[in-house]
Each structure stands twice: as structure tokens, then as C-alpha cells.
Design a protein around this ligand. Structure first.
Ligand code: CTP
Ligand code: MG
Length: 242
């Protein structure tokens, strides 16, 4: 066997089929502008510009005009897939598509379209740390606030140990077939699957926590657009050394 046959490929899967209910804009938040470009364009570029990513499955809502998505700069590495009812259904559709192109042991990096501020260095770090991992893992951020667990009648039950509680970000990086099987099992049993790691946890795996930048926010409400713009500008300044 050649070494190429041993090296699993890396794929990106971008769920972008949500409607952005909490944003309440005239279109889904991934199509809103941040300066000259859309949120989605920023997000896609992080993966399309990454030399190790074999291809990107972009999952769009059924009602979206496909021609509105500029595929010209993608060099044939961008594939459009139709989404589903919930985020997990959209991810499942993307995985079904990738399963036709990739191998079961290939890696899939699932990353929310609504997170355009992922620092490229965090993506590199995640890949580097997990490349030889049997399971995979996810980017996480520390909580700067003290965390309270609610008990009865809206009163504090106790304070959580902040050093052991992490906020789950994306990308989340798992093996194609293992993630597919885990999502299927979790969805079939009716448990809430809000990220890929929870599906893997459901089947008994223990994803690795990889600390990333808190700048990697998920644009959710109108005020988050302003914050994202500040972070994108900051990253551009850091890149150009100013
Ligand atoms: N997503 C998706 N398919 C769905 C729902 C969500 O692909 N059926 C995507 C969104 O487009 C987003 C990511 O999953 O990039 C994270 O979801 P979220 O931030 O909740 O986005 P929305 O569901 O669009 O927002 P809201 O929950 O406020 O309606
Ligand atoms: Mg949602």
C-alpha cells in the first residue's frame, strides 16, 4: 500500500440551512453582510483557503437560490447539499453526501456557517492535535463568568468548577463513518443533538477538548454582528502585523 492510502482525507461540512429566527433579519443570518462580504463567504474562505482540506460540503436550505452562492473561487472543491429540519438533520445530509466521495476513516470538520471569526490558527491547531486521535474532538472556550447550576425555585443549587466546564464551539472533528453512525443512533433514540460531540458522547465516546479562541463566536442576535466585525478587523490587523 502507498502512504497515500493510509492517510485519511480532511473534509469540511458547513451547516448553513438555518433560518436565523433569533436574528430576526430579512434573510438567514449567514447571508447578512459584514462589510463587503457575507458571513457565509468569510466562513467558507477559511476552509477553501486551507491546503489540507480536500473538499467542502455546504449545506443550504431548500428555499435558497443556489445561484446566489458564488462558487467561482472554490476550484471545484465546494459541493452544495440540501439541509434538513434541525441542524443535526442538515449535518446528516452533508455526511451522506461526503460518504459517497470519501472513505469511512476520513476526517470531517463540521463548522457552523454562523462562525466567520474562526481564527485559521485554531483550525490548524485542532487538525494537528487530532490527526492521529482515535475519536476526534472539538474546539472549546473557557467561561470567564462564574457558573451557577440552577436548583429548585430558580435558586442556586451550587457553583460549578469553572476550570472543568467548557463552552463547545466548532469546528468539531470526527471520523466520517463513526460520526454518521453516532448521529443516526442519537437521532433514532430521540436525544437532543445540538452538536456532533453530543452524538459521539451518546454512543460512549469521549471527544477531546481543544481550547480555542473566544473570538470564535456564533452570530446569533443582531448585536453579535457588530462584535463579529470587530473580531474580523482585529484578525486582519494581526495577520498584517499592525
Ligand atoms: N443550521 C442548519 N440547518 C438547520 C438549522 C441550523 O444547517 N435546520 C445551521 C445554521 O445555518 C447555523 C448553524 O447550523 O450555521 C448553527 O445554528 P444556529 O446558530 O441555531 O442558526 P439558526 O438555526 O439559523 O438560528 P436560530 O436558532 O436563531 O433560528
Ligand atoms: Mg438554530
Amino acid at each position: 500500500m502507498t502512504s497515500e492510502q493510509h492517510e485519511p482525507a480532511l473534509w469540511a461540512l458547513i451547516p448553513a440551512a438555518g433560518v436565523g429566527r433569533r436574528m430576526g433579519a430579512d434573510r438567514p443570518k449567514q447571508f447578512l453582510r459584514l462589510g463587503a462580504r457575507s458571513v457565509l463567504e468569510y466562513t467558507l474562505d477559511i476552509f477553501l483557503e486551507h491546503p489540507a482540506i480536500r473538499g467542502v460540503a455546504l449545506v443550504l436550505g431548500g428555499g435558497v437560490d443556489r445561484d446566489a452562492v458564488d462558487l467561482s473561487g472554490a476550484g471545484g472543491r465546494l459541493f452544495i447539499v440540501t439541509g434538513g429540519e434541525e441542524r443535526a438533520d442538515s449535518v446528516r445530509n452533508g455526511l451522506a453526501f461526503l460518504a459517497q466521495r470519501g472513505r469511512p476513516d476520513d476526517w470531517v470538520l463540521v463548522h457552523d456557517a454562523a462562525r466567520p471569526c474562526l481564527p485559521p490558527a485554531d483550525l490548524d491547531h485542532l487538525i494537528e492535535v487530532l490527526r492521529d486521535d482515535p475519536v476526534g474532538g472539538l474546539l472549546v472556550a473557557a467561561s470567564t463568568d462564574t457558573l451557577k447550576l440552577e436548583g429548585v425555585e430558580g435558586r442556586v443549587e451550587r457553583t460549578l468548577d469553572r476550570s472543568r466546564v467548557w463552552r463547545a464551539l466548532t469546528p468539531q472533528m470526527f471520523r466520517l463513518q463513526a460520526l454518521r453512525a453516532a448521529l443516526d443512533a442519537a437521532l433514532a433514540s430521540g436525544v437532543a443533538v445540538t452538536d456532533e460531540a453530543s452524538a459521539m458522547e451518546f454512543v460512549g465516546e469521549r471527544p477531546l477538548l481543544v481550547e480555542g479562541s473566544p473570538m470564535n463566536i456564533k452570530i446569533t442576535r443582531p448585536e453579535d454582528l457588530d462584535v463579529a466585525e470587530v473580531y474580523l478587523n482585529r484578525q486582519q490587523r494581526l495577520r498584517s502585523g499592525r
